[in-house]
Design a protein around this ligand. Structure first.
Ligand code: GUN
Length: 289
């Protein structure tokens, strides 16, 4: 069994992107510029945006975090987005989710110029991705592809079982792995799937992205399977300084001995997702999408 070290892969890719940024600027282009909008005071979102800002510094991007109060109205947020859409200095921007309840996430996503949508959430980018056109790929699925690539995990002809059909992870993941080059036979499971245990047990590659802590147990996993755990549920813990710890969607201790590869939580999928945002921002600066 091999542990997939997302931190190590992320560090390697970060260096590669930093080199590409240097070359891009040496050719006379401006420093790629990413803006993040953060509305309200959600603790996890503040941490994630902080990590994104730090990573921008490390690869040599310019970055700004626009912090807006919890009471920001939808109209005010849409006005900020319109400004960023029109600002020629801004290559790409993201609106950190979740948003306060009074703001429609869908409206906000659709207001972003698809050419600056480096999260890859706009329906135009989803459509381009599904059609196999150049697109900004959403960070988590793209990060998982980077991990599979790095560890040279065979995907062609393999049965990949994706658990969870969210717009930002499960569905794009299922689509990408079925595309040419990856060539998986994909099953997308969700809350209404019948015989879920049997279906998951038939998977050569299992991607757990349903958001239920320790849902995948050893009896659901075939010997030698590859396990990718996207879950990040915060639970109370008196053993950590913060008072909480992260649990994945996979019961790691009992599943790990059965599989060929597994991502830990934390340190597996999480660190690599930011790299995809950096890749997308560089693509935006180069006007590749
Ligand atoms: N919230 C959780 N993940 C993400 C992400 O990838 N992008 C944005 N904008 N918000 C998120």
């Amino acid at each position: 069994m091999q542990i997939i070290d997302g931190k190590e892969v992320a560090a390697k890719l970060r260096k590669e992107i930093a080199t590409e940024v240097e070359q891009w600027m040496a050719a006379g282009h401006p420093r790629p510029y990413l803006v993040a909008i953060l509305v309200g005071n959600d603790g996890a979102s503040q941490t994630y945006v902080g990590h994104k800002e730090k990573c921008c510094n490390e690869v040599g991007f310019r970055s700004t975090v626009l912090r807006l109060p919890e009471e920001t109205t939808e109209a005010q947020l849409l006005a900020e987005i319109a400004q960023l859409n029109a600002d020629p200095e801004v290559d790409g921007f993201i609106v950190q989710l979740p948003l306060p309840k009074h703001i429609s996430e869908q409206k906000v996503i659709e207001a972003i110029d698809p050419r600056k949508d480096v999260d890859g959430f706009h329906p135009v980018n989803t459509g381009r991705m599904i059609s196999g056109l150049p697109a900004y790929l959403p960070a988590t699925p793209d990060g998982i592809l980077e991990l599979l690539r790095h560890y040279k995990i065979e995907t062609a002809g393999k049965h990949c079982v994706v658990i969870g059909r969210s717009n930002i992870v499960g569905r794009p993941m299922a689509n990408l792995l079925s595309q040419k080059g990856w060539d998986c036979t994909v099953t997308l499971c969700h809350s209404r799937t019948q015989n879920l245990k049997e279906v998951v047990r038939s998977g050569d590659i299992i991607i757990a992205a349903l958001g239920k802590a320790e849902f995948v147990t050893a009896d659901m996993v075939k010997e030698g399977a590859v396990i990718i755990d996207v879950g990040i549920t915060r639970v109370k813990s008196d053993k950590t300084k913060t008072g909480w710890k992260l649990l994945g969607d996979v019961k790691f201790d009992e599943v790990a001995p059965k599989c060929s590869y597994i991502t830990p939580v934390p340190g597996g999928v999480g660190p690599i997702t930011i790299i995809s945002l950096m890749k997308n921002t560089l693509k935006a600066a180069r006007k590749e999408v």
